[in-house]
Design a protein around this ligand. Sequence first.
Ligand SMILES: [Zn+2]
Length: 120
Amino acid sequence: MNSILHEIPTMNPGKAPVRPHWLTGPCPPWCEAEHEARDARDDRRHMAYTGWVQLSLYDAAESVVEGEYQPETLGVAIEQHVENAAPTVILYQEDDDVRLTLAEAEQLRDRLNWVLEAAR
Ligand SMILES: [Zn+2]
């Protein structure tokens, strides 16, 4: 898989982007995070939100605007701390999340495929 360096904020406009000192290599191709030198050590993560599924079997959730409601969603994201060798797949709903290794995400995909094929 080819890695590309996406646009990273720079302190020298007009010149090539400067990587933060803690980012020793290019971002993985899926990373959509903007990294900065001031990022705390725990925040030094490659990140991408890949979308979400609207959940029709749940009650609507109250939004940040009091009295307004929106459908519940299940989000899918991928992240990788710069010190980790592999990314983590994250399923999240509101403040809860489930974190999966790539192998576990593949197992989940296989189980979902089995269920969908059996049910249709
Ligand atoms: Zn990145």
